[in-house]
Design a protein around this ligand. Structure first.
Ligand code: ACO
Length: 402
């Protein structure tokens, strides 16, 4: 018997780190996280300050360019994004090819991937100008695509972007306006939407961002890379957690059923997790969750839905879990998705739209990291190793002898 790993050089030293818990795959100057201290910085600025004093498009500029913009730079940036909000008219046919009951994330993966077939003048990754145009196109068109996926899924006509509205207000307009009725975007809701976008803008090497980087390392075009990121984000352990959180709250139903549910979570054989709790990096309160909780209070106040039974379950669940030794000893705190789901539910979004909203907000993070990666002269194709545990080399057996 030959040790196949020695034969093919796998006895070489390499790191075995399933889940990449302690392996850095790149260097970056975009985002810093200290999970034990609960700190998140973008280009050095604390997320709490950006969420309260800045707004999403300014944060987009910061992530893409490394510095906060001057007033003139910001105006130019916002105008350029606004000019790119429409999608190619022929892409409407693409939406119509999907079943109406398709999940909007399924539609988004397809439509964003299909952008490579429509925007040929931003596919050359070696041309800095084309890279720039691809970045603008993706940031500007993602709200339009997400809103169209939503409108299509509920059987309503598509609503075109309005360039007199800001980024978040325009998204609400495209989701909630109907042709026959006037629709005024509530500024408190637009501000809350903007904050949700800001809090999701980037989060260093999470699964979807790493997916974008890995796809890009082969030289794939930007739309293909972002479609790969969207596909990865969809999973319930990642961006799908906000939808899964709301579904869990519905399943629990009433506060008196929480203790039984918690017991089920603690029983590992049940396979049930408390969705919206825990984080790979934060072993303390997620700083985004604190801001999100405050935004949730503002939105619930405005809409007068504090007595919504689902929200009561959420509040009680949080209170009980934060006192329970199971969660305390494992440092499991509510993450950003626990509260974002509650806000989006109160705003009137169906649960299926929660992850598409995360995807549109995270697009700037993916694109900033993609640009940073391509500017790296040391760029190599990503090619992890594996620890082979299969059969040693053996001779083929004829079918009649097996
Ligand atoms: N509910 C119950 N137990 C949990 C949870 C949870 N949500 N999360 C972790 N644990 C337990 C694990 O069972 C494990 O217990 P053990 O030590 O007794 O075996 C321990 O806590 C550590 O868990 P891991 O799975 O090793 O932690 P990891 O860092 O790999 O997972 C993750 C992080 C995937 C986010 C996990 O906490 C989880 O599944 N949470 C629920 C899904 C969720 O909310 N995801 C959103 C993440 S944030 C984002 O994407 C924006």
């Amino acid at each position: 018997c030959i040790d196949i790993r020695k034969l093919y050089g796998q006895a070489d030293v390499f790191t075995y780190d399933p889940g990449f818990t302690s392996t850095a795959a790149c260097d970056s100057t975009i985002t810093f996280i200290d999970g034990d201290a609960g700190v998140l910085l973008h280009r050095g600025y604390p997320i709490e300050q950006l969420a309260s004093r800045s707004h999403y498009l300014e944060v987009c500029y910061l992530l893409l360019n490394g510095e906060l913009p001057s007033a003139a730079d910001l105006e130019k940036f916002e105008m350029t994004v606004t000019r790119h909000t429409m999608i190619h008219e022929q892409m409407h046919n693409f939406f119509r090819g999907f079943r109406r009951d398709a999940h909007p994330m399924a539609t988004m993966v397809g439509v964003v991937g299909a952008m490579s077939a429509f925007y040929h003048d931003s596919l050359d990754i070696n041309d800095p100008h084309q890279r720039e145009v691809a970045a603008f196109r993706l940031i500007a068109k993602m709200p339009t695509i997400a809103a169209m996926a939503y409108k299509y899924s509920i059987g309503q006509p598509f609503v075109y972007p309005r360039n007199d509205l800001d980024y978040a207000a325009n998204f609400l307009h495209m989701c909630f306006a109907v042709p026959a009725e006037p629709y005024d975007v509530n500024p408190v809701l637009a501000r809350a939407m903007d904050r949700i976008f800001t809090l999701h803008a980037d989060h260093e090497q999470n699964a979807s961002t790493s997916t974008v980087r890995l796809a890009s390392s082969s030289g794939a075009n930007p739309f293909a890379c972002i479609a790969a990121g969207i596909a990865c984000l969809w999973g319930p352990a990642h961006g799908g957690a906000n939808q899964a959180t709301l579904e869990m709250l519905r399943q629990i139903g009433t506060p008196d059923r929480i203790p039984d549910f918690i017991e089920k979570v603690k029983d590992k054989s049940s396979g049930v997790r408390l969705m919206g709790f825990g984080h790979r990096v934060y072993k303390n309160f997620d700083p985004r969750a604190k801001v999100m909780k405050q935004t949730a209070d503002e939105v619930l106040d405005l809409l007068g839905v504090q007595h919504n039974p689902l929200l009561q379950v959420a509040q009680e669940l949080e209170r009980i879990a934060l006192q329970d030794d199971y969660f305390v000893s494992r440092k499991l705190y509510p993450n950003v998705d626990f509260y974002s789901g509650i806000i989006l539910e109160a705003m009137g979004f169906p649960t299926a739209m929660f992850t598409p909203i995360f995807a549109l907000a995270r697009t700037v993070g993916w694109i900033s990291q993609w640009k940073e990666q391509l500017a790296d002269p040391q760029l190599k194709i990503g090619r992890p190793r594996q620890l082979y545990l299969g059969q040693s080399m053996r001779d083929y057996i004829e079918i009649e002898n097996r």
